[in-house]
Design a binder for this molecule. Structure first.
Ligand code: RM4
Ligand code: MN
Ligand code: MN
Length: 424
């Protein structure tokens, strides 16, 4: 399923004069419109292959129909997203949920949609059919060397899949930990995990990175071996320059100051990038910006400041990925909303006058610092995003067009009503 460029152009044409008014008004109120547009045009956010189907909880799963049944169909879905917003130009694969059978044909299929392969994700949190040893009591931390070896080999295998597809990073999220006091010797678990990660690190190609993702709890509820950014940082700093800490927004304890974590990781050149989502309680995996858009903006404020202060490329020096799940929404609509929310937060952060903010901080002018941040946050930057999309040949209003041409119905008629995508 592909959407024709002429359909997008026609749809845009209907809104162009209204858009010109709104854009003109916004541009007249800010100083650096063209510079911001250039950044918005270049900014891409990777789509997780496991978020293209309807997610579920341990209580149930309500399939939405027309879900991708294969890796090819997942790529086609990301292709649709990218055609509509021109900001979703890559896919992050989860192995073994998405093992390609023919690398060359998958790569060339992806390139017809303008899609590249982002970080590959390993999975040692589930047992697979025919797997020799179980991960019930952990993987890289396991007390049994045999289990650790199996998990190391899996990660090395994932790197090989990634190399064949042109990925440049391995994301490691471990569910390792313990459920009850006394179950685990914490320092032994750490040392085993470090040793295992060292073996995986040694297998990385020279231009690859290894992202160590932390998470406070679930599925283990007493301790998690990579439980917070400090523990991840300990691993990544012991491993070496290619290892960096990945921040998944839903993986913190309530009220954690994520923007401060981001700032310090950047200071140490140890920030890998993000798994964007939003949450009210924990790892809810809700649409980015749906619960706490101000937090997302404050994170982007630190990111923009940090990337500029450290002379980093906004597009390529950090990894931008979504990690979300949709139990009650159309996954494609949900992903479009996430991409939009992330780019809104980014655009608002780009509005901030860094010199003014630094001078307010220097003078301890707390009220002024808040004014600067909130003036940016309260600016409606959506006309800037629309202008960027028009210039890219994307849809001025992706969700509206998705609905207007009944893309989900078309996907259902092509794939069927009761399809289930691999993933959680
Ligand atoms: C975890 C974590 C990982 C993701 C899995 C599916 O909570 O966020 O990044 O790969 O879920
Ligand atoms: Mn994640
Ligand atoms: Mn998660």
């Amino acid at each position: 399923m592909r959407i024709d460029q002429s359909v997008i152009n026609e749809h845009n044409q209907q809104y162009i004069s209204k858009h010109k008014d709104e854009f003109g008004y916004t541009a007249s109120r800010i100083n650096n419109t063209e510079a911001i547009l250039e950044k918005l045009i270049a900014f891409q956010i990777a789509i997780p292959s496991w978020a293209l189907g309807t997610g579920g909880t341990r209580f149930g799963r309500f399939s939405g129909g027309g879900e991708p049944r294969s890796l090819e169909e997942k790529i086609a879905d990301v292709g649709l997203l990218h055609a509509l917003n021109k900001s979703s130009g890559s896919i992050s694969l989860h192995i073994p949920w998405d093992i390609p059978t023919d690398y060359a044909s998958i790569k060339s299929l992806a390139s017809t949609y303008g899609i590249t392969f982002d970080a590959v994700n390993s999975n040692t949190f589930q047992d697979q059919p025919h797997q020799a040893l179980s991960y019930k009591f952990g993987s890289l931390q396991h007390v049994d060397k045999g289990v650790r070896k199996q998990a190391i080999e899996h990660n090395i295998d994932v790197i090989k899949h990634g190399v064949a597809l042109g990925s440049k990073a391995l994301s490691v999220w471990l569910s390792d930990g313990s459920c009850f006091p006394g179950q685990l010797n914490f320092s032994n678990a750490f040392k085993n995990t470090l040793e295992s990660l060292e073996e995986i690190y040694a297998a990385l190609p020279s231009d690859w990175k290894m992202y160590i993702e932390y998470k406070a709890f679930e599925p283990n509820f007493y301790s998690t071996t990579v439980g917070d950014w400090g523990q991840s940082y300990l691993f990544t700093s012991k491993l070496g320059d290619k290892a960096k800490t990945l921040v998944d927004l839903g993986h913190h304890l309530p009220n954690a100051n994520i923007e401060q974590i981001v700032s310090l990781l950047m200071m140490e050149n140890k920030l890998a990038g993000f798994h964007f989502n939003d949450s009210k309680y924990g790892d809810d995996d809700l649409t980015a910006g749906s619960i706490n858009p101000y937090q997302l903006f404050l994170i982007f404020n630190e990111l923009v400041q940090g990337m500029n202060d450290h002379n980093m490329s906004h597009e390529t020096d950090l990894s931008w990925m979504i990690d979300a799940s949709h139990n009650v929404k159309d996954p494609l609509e949900d992903l479009m909303q996430s991409v939009e929310a992330i780019k809104i937060a980014y655009a608002q952060a780009l509005l901030i006058d860094a010199e003014m903010l630094k001078s307010a901080q220097q003078k301890n002018d707390v009220a002024m610092a808040q004014e600067i941040l909130q003036n940016a946050f309260r600016t409606d930057v959506r006309p800037l995003l629309r202008e960027a999309r028009i210039r890219l040949g994307a849809s001025i209003n992706p969700i509206e067009l998705f609905r207007k041409v009944k893309l989900r119905d078309l996907l259902i008629s092509e794939r069927g009503k009761n399809t289930i995508a691999t993933g959680l």
